[in-house]
Ligand binder design. Structure first.
Ligand code: OOG
Ligand code: MG
Length: 262
């Protein structure tokens, strides 16, 4: 680690305040170019601690930058992980208040819910499918705290991978009867199709994203507990939204999700 614990706490408070005050900031690697991956995840952990101390709850985990479309859009090359909060949840068919967000973008994702713990290293698609209870369609609203959505990987890890809001659809399906690689996804904004993809866009198979998460956590001696909701990462590039927009995502075999930005 290149940063001391006081600096990690200070940067966590800085990014959490930016989120709470709906205010953008410059990416933190500008002032801390020597920051390591461990520093970046330590800042993310410290943000989680601030939120828990405030009374918020961790509601799930997320992977990000798992598709080529996302990596290309953001100019990065590696997946990252973060966490979801209870206050970030928006009901399907509900409204998302843009006045609390800086520059929101929506993503279509396939979510998993586990029924057994998953622990890496050595976690693979087979282990993930054996430990999965069901899959759900999901929509993530990301909102980088960094000015103009410009960041490098360490900065975005520290910023809890731009996590802001999310919706999980209400139609759970048993994953064993589904072809998750070929599962088609169509994202519509105000009634027009803006982007499409299939499940394989995420690391060849969305379960691979869960395996990678288990292996990332396993490297730190941690695991994915049973009963965890996991967003596996956007299948397409993220789509910018503003007040007044209606987003609807159709998932083959999993139903659809819609929300309105107010
Ligand atoms: C980082 C978060 C990416 C995904 O699904 O790929 C993410 C970002 O692009 O701001 O959540
Ligand atoms: Mg996402």
């Amino acid at each position: 680690m290149a940063l001391d614990s006081a600096t990690i706490k200070k940067l966590a408070a800085h990014l959490d305040e930016a989120e709470m005050q709906t205010r953008d900031v410059v990416k933190i690697t500008d002032d801390h170019p020597d920051m390591t991956w461990d520093d970046a995840y330590a800042i993310q952990d410290a943000i989680r601690d601030i939120k828990i101390a405030r009374g918020d709850r961790v509601a799930g985990l997320k992977m990000g930058l798992t598709s080529y479309a996302k990596m290309k859009q953001m100019g990065v090359t590696e997946p990252v992980r973060g966490f979801l909060t209870d206050y970030g949840m928006v009901p399907d068919g509900g409204e998302c208040d843009t006045s609390k967000l800086i520059h929101p973008r929506v993503e279509a994702e396939i979510a998993f819910v586990t029924k057994k713990p998953l622990k890496g290293p050595g976690c693979h698609i087979g282990a993930v499918l054996a430990a999965t209870d069901f899959v759900l369609p999901a929509l993530e609203v990301i909102d980088s705290r960094y000015r103009d959505f410009k960041f490098d990987l360490k900065s975005v890890v520290a910023d809890n991978t731009s996590a802001a809001r999310y919706v999980v659809g209400g139609t759970p399906r048993n994953h064993l009867g589904l072809d998750l690689k070929n599962l088609g996804v169509v994202l519509e904004k105000n009634g027009e199709v803006v982007t499409t993809a299939a499940g394989a866009a995420v690391l060849g198979h969305p379960a691979q994203s869960v395996a990678m998460l288990a292996n990332m956590l396993g490297a730190r001696g941690e695991e994915i507990p049973a009963g965890t909701l996991i967003l596996t990462g956007a299948v397409t590039e993220a789509v910018a939204v503003e007040k007044g927009d209606n987003i609807s995502i159709r998932f083959q075999d999993l139903g659809s999700i819609s929300i309105r930005f107010t």
